[in-house]
Design a binder for this molecule. Structure first.
Ligand code: AMP
Ligand code: ZN
Length: 112
């Protein structure tokens, strides 16, 4: 967990361009955007992969979607955006801290 780059961003040990933060959730711009609008919404709790989500996490994971939608609206992609979670190395997951990609803007489809 201490090697987790997103935990380090949460702790303020690594800089990130933050979009939103509260006690449970952090959102920041992806450092290597694959779309005109590409940000990540993460729980502050370290959950490695989507498959590691437990029943107790239901409110937290629901909140990721709600905050993602709110920020997509604020960033001008309205209700036209793609939501991606990668699960496991073969899926392309590189950072093993649960994160929701939001991709949108001109030039869809937004591939990763
Ligand atoms: P995934 O492939 O689903 O694990 O996605 C990880 C994402 O995190 C990639 O889109 C990276 O560009 C992004 N990323 C990695 N390091 C950082 C960082 N320090 N700040 C912002 N985004 C990052
Ligand atoms: Zn972490």
């Amino acid at each position: 967990m201490n090697d987790c780059i997103f935990c380090k961003i949460i702790a303020g040990e690594i800089p990130a361009k933050k979009l939103y933060e509260d006690d449970d959730v952090l959102a920041f711009w992806d450092i290597s955007p694959k779309a005109p609008v590409h940000f990540l919404v993460i729980p502050k709790k370290h959950i490695p992969r989507p498959v590691d989500v437990k029943e107790d996490d239901d409110p937290l994971t629901g909140k990721l979607f709600r905050i993602g939608a709110q920020l997509a609206g604020e960033k001008g992609v309205g209700d036209d955006y793609r939501v991606i979670f990668n699960n496991g190395e073969k899926s392309g997951q590189e950072v093993f801290h649960l994160h929701m990609h939001i991709l949108g803007g001109k030039g869809k489809p937004w591939a990763m």
